[in-house]
Design a protein around this ligand. Structure first.
Ligand SMILES: Cc1cc2nc3c(=O)[nH]c(=O)nc-3n(C[C@H](O)[C@H](O)[C@H](O)COP(=O)(O)OP(=O)(O)OC[C@H]3O[C@@H](n4cnc5c(N)ncnc54)[C@H](O)[C@@H]3O)c2cc1C
Length: 444
């Protein structure tokens, strides 16, 4: 079996691993990228069922995503999407996501009064508290928090009571300050009034190419290869250990040595590779993606629909056929369901989805389950102890000579690939010429 030596070995060829490899290679290092998955791209995974192409989770990028700057031309086959986001309220109405102050509050004076009283009471009583629920109530007031269905959604997303989700996490990820800012509402209004209706409508977002993610990440891998990066997928990672010759990585295809090892795998997996008995007391929600097709009247218009209702286990659906076109005369879409410790069968999750949407008057017609995909480690559960625990584990990894980065490697809810890339650049690409990502248009 061959023995190779590298300046840096990166565990995991997801977006964080690919970006780290790019920056380190551009800094002149000899890099090897290793993954057990059969192809690069991490959890950007597409699969075909009955001629329809589905994905795990969502698949949107914004023009200006740094991935396209690193790998020029790799966005050529992406498809423009006018990304409209809807939400089923606890009352069963379809409103905009994540909140619609106009529809839910301003249209009815008595509702506005209750909202204002509840918000005023909260501001008078004190600060944002210590958890997701107290934070949301502080910024929205108890009335809007309950009426909007945000509590139902938080519960569905994390599978734990919002009172046990850490404030540290929600402050970084929920950003309700922005959502409920009166100044921002006024700025948006002025922008809308000034907008020229005759001006061309620009797409809000782009979605992965028609055939799925695999061709896109093949192109990315080719460009990394031309920078000298060696990529070994389906590597069969077995063990990592510190030796006098450097860090040794054993895989099913041979052993290699590296001066540095950068981890992007889930923390449970990297401690396993180290042969450590360290208990990783962090949990992630699992995700089941139901791959569905439909013919009939779906009963709503938005591309994405979130479930803020108090019934139905499903969390979010994404209508692929709105931008890829119908297949065999049928619409098709992904439905995400987050799972707790139990792993119910996809068929029973689908039955629950079909019954719930039918009760709300949606998907009236021929609805079918075409297939399903499961993912462990979908979302980190940021409970009140998670921050302290993850920092301790990152420190232990550093003592073993392993750097760690990314959504899985830092146990951090990175919602979007652009953020993962900027974090990799901060760490490994400070000397590489770069214009930072300015965020998606319209503040999305
Ligand atoms: C449901 C969902 C929807 C998303 N929607 C979008 C979106 O619309 N647009 C967008 O830009 N980003 C989206 N993201 C986020 C995006 O996938 C991440 O921000 C980005 O891919 C982070 O990459 P990463 O390399 O840090 O981690 P990942 O790609 O998650 O993982 C890194 C590596 O860890 C290993 N690994 C991870 N999970 C497992 C597992 N379960 N089993 C075995 N090995 C594993 C693999 O080797 C993988 O290559 C979504 C993520 C999820 C989970």
């Amino acid at each position: 079996m061959p023995i190779d030596r590298f300046d840096a070995a990166i565990l995991g060829a997801g977006v964080s691993g690919l970006a780290s490899a790019y920056f380190l290679a551009r800094s002149g290092l000899r890099v090897c990228l290793l993954d057990d998955y059969p192809m690069p791209g991490g959890n950007h995974i597409s699969r075909d069922f009955s001629g329809f192409t589905f994905d795990i989770g969502s698949i949107f990028f914004y023009p200006g995503n740094p991935q396209f700057k690193m790998f020029p031309g790799s966005d050529a086959d992406f498809v423009p999407v006018d990304l409209t986001l809807g939400r089923i309220t606890p009352q069963g109405h379809i409103r905009s996501y994540p909140l619609s102050i106009k529809d839910e509050i301003l249209k009815q004076p008595w509702r506005f009064l209750r909202f204002a009283l509840s918000l005023g009471r909260q501001k008078f009583l004190g600060g944002p508290g210590t958890n997701a629920e107290s934070y949301a109530i502080y910024y929205l007031g108890a009335y809007l928090y309950r009426e909007s269905g945000l509590r139902n959604y938080l519960l569905r997303f994390y599978g734990i009571d919002p009172q046990t989700i850490s404030l540290h996490f929600v402050e970084r990820r929920m950003n309700l300050t922005r959502l409920t800012s009166l100044r921002r509402a006024a700025q948006d209004l002025v922008k809308r009034m000034r907008r020229n209706p005759a001006a061309a409508v620009k797409p809000h977002a782009i979605a992965r190419p028609v055939g799925g993610f695999s061709n896109h990440y093949k192109k990315v891998a080719e460009q990394l290869h031309s920078l000298g990066v060696e990529i070994r997928c389906a590597a069969g990672l077995k063990a990592v250990c510190k030796t006098p010759a450097g860090l040794q990585i054993d895989t099913a295809c041979g052993t290699l040595f590296a001066k540095r090892v950068i981890n992007t795998l889930p923390l449970q997996m990297v401690f396993g590779l180290l042969g450590s008995t360290q208990a990783v007391e962090l949990s992630s929600t699992k995700l089941c993606t139901l791959c569905c097709s439909f013919a009939g009247d779906r009963g709503f218009k938005t591309v994405v629909l979130y479930n803020f209702h108090d019934k139905g286990a499903w969390k979010r659906l994404t209508m692929h056929s709105d931008y890829y076109g119908k297949h065999a005369g049928r619409e098709f879409f992904d439905v995400e369901v987050t799972l707790g410790d139990k792993r119910p069968k996809a068929e029973s999750l689908f039955e629950d989805f079909a019954a719930h949407t039918n009760q709300l008057g949606l998907f009236r017609g021929d609805l079918r389950l075409e297939g399903s995909m499961d993912l462990d480690f979908a979302y980190p559960v940021c409970d009140l102890k998670a921050e302290e625990r993850r920092l301790r584990l990152i420190d232990l990894l550093a003592q073993s000579g392993i750097e760690t980065i990314g959504r899985q490697g830092l146990f951090d809810y990175i919602p979007h690939s652009a953020i993962a890339i900027e974090a990799a650049r901060e760490r490994y690409g400070r000397d590489v010429p770069w214009v930072p990502y300015s965020g998606p248009p319209n503040g999305r």
